[in-house]
Design a protein around this ligand. Structure first.
Ligand code: GMH
Ligand code: CA
Length: 160
């Protein structure tokens, strides 16, 4: 009893206990910082964060700004992600451009990485490629989607 091995184990136990306390404090602090930074323009869905800065611009401008910030234009892959984007749009009462388009092949909507979309929430009657010039996708504050000319100006919503 009280030999070298026991003393080392007791030391390690105290160190683990100290670290557990520090981890709990860090988790609590991080949780609060998340709340603050998400208010009111951000939404967390699983691992994804959606955020607007309030900026409005055409598709290329929004795409560039999200990329510059280290993210990309919001690209909802399921109803929960679409609902999170919608919540942001309701705050602003505006529509946003998504990171989705059919620029390459008319009628085949893809994400910015070229992958075919796995989820959509088109308004009834859309996409209609009105006047033959609608290759981008806006999402209304209703959450429904409409294909729209990429040159129009819409609210920025990025995902990180
Ligand atoms: C046409 C009509 C409208 C529709 C718009 C929209 C434009 O004007 O079909 O009902 O809302 O196109 O698709 O993007
Ligand atoms: Ca349309």
């Amino acid at each position: 009893k009280g030999d070298k091995g026991d003393r080392e184990i007791n030391l390690l136990k105290r160190q683990v206990s100290t670290l557990e306390g520090q981890l709990r404090a860090l988790q609590s602090s991080f949780s609060k910082y998340k709340q603050v930074i998400m208010f009111p323009n951000g939404r967390i869905v699983g691992e994804k964060i959606f955020m607007t800065s309030g900026y409005e611009g055409n598709f290329d401008s929004l795409k560039q700004r999200c990329s510059q910030a280290g993210g990309q234009l919001a690209s909802p892959r399921n109803a929960a992600e679409n609902a999170a984007i919608q919540q942001i749009l309701v705050l602003y009462n505006k529509s946003a451009f998504l990171g989705i388009n059919d620029i390459q092949t008319e009628g085949r909507f893809k994400y910015l990485n070229g992958e075919n979309i796995v989820y959509s929430n088109w308004q009834t009657g859309e996409p209609n490629n009105d006047k033959g010039v609608e290759d981008c996708v806006e999402v209304y504050s209703s959450g429904k989607w409409n294909d729209k000319s990429c040159g129009e100006k819409r609210l920025i919503v990025c995902e990180f």
